[in-house]
Design a protein around this ligand. Structure first.
Ligand SMILES: [Zn+2]
Length: 183
């Protein structure tokens, strides 16, 4: 289009008297200045045919530039929006996966929690049974100690003496009962 306009302008204006476009170089210079909308005014058509060609070329040049700018700009904006949307959708997918994982984890965790609670309950019941059978209560602080302890785990009193005291108390009680029964 550019070349065609320049050649046509040269063809129309080249041999006209008083023309500013006397060579192909002038014609191309005119085409460049016109399409760039540079207002030098050093080369311009003087014939009617030349002005008609110039008019078409100006309008066509502006139209081509407009299409070029809008297409390039539109593509740039589109690609930018697309990349943003893609990033957003990727993020959304990642978040959904995270939520799914979280739900699965929570369900598994809940199951394991329930299992560990029931295990703990069983253990606690076992311990309570053992403790009730063999626990030694400290006389000083009433703290429960495992069988065979030498000292109270809470106050540090000697378990032996406590046991002895308890035995003595029991014996005393037993003897007093015997006495009561005897008399
Ligand atoms: Zn104690």
């Amino acid at each position: 289009m550019f070349t065609a306009a320049a050649v046509a302008m040269y063809y129309v204006e080249g041999d006209v008297k008083g023309s500013k476009i006397t060579s192909l170089g002038d014609a191309f210079w005119w085409a460049i200045a016109t399409v760039a909308t540079v207002p030098y005014g050093d080369v311009y058509p003087v014939t009617t045919e030349g002005r008609i060609i110039a008019g078409f070329f100006m309008i066509a040049g502006v139209a081509i530039l407009w299409v070029l700018i809008t297409t390039v700009g539109g593509n740039m904006i589109e690609s930018r929006i697309r990349s943003k949307l893609e990033a957003e959708s990727t993020r959304n997918i990642q978040e959904e996966e995270k939520i799914e994982k979280l739900q699965i984890t929570t369900k598994e965790e809940l199951d394991s929690l329930v299992a560990s609670i029931s295990n703990l309950r069983t253990e606690l019941l076992t311990i309570l049974t053992i403790v009730s059978e063999f626990n030694v209560i400290c006389n000083a602080c009433k703290h429960g100690n495992p069988n065979g302890s030498l000292f109270c785990n809470s106050c540090g009193s000697s378990i032996e003496s406590i046991l002895a005291d308890t035995k003595i108390e029991k014996l005393a009680k037993a003897s007093s009962k015997d006495k009561e029964l005897g008399t």
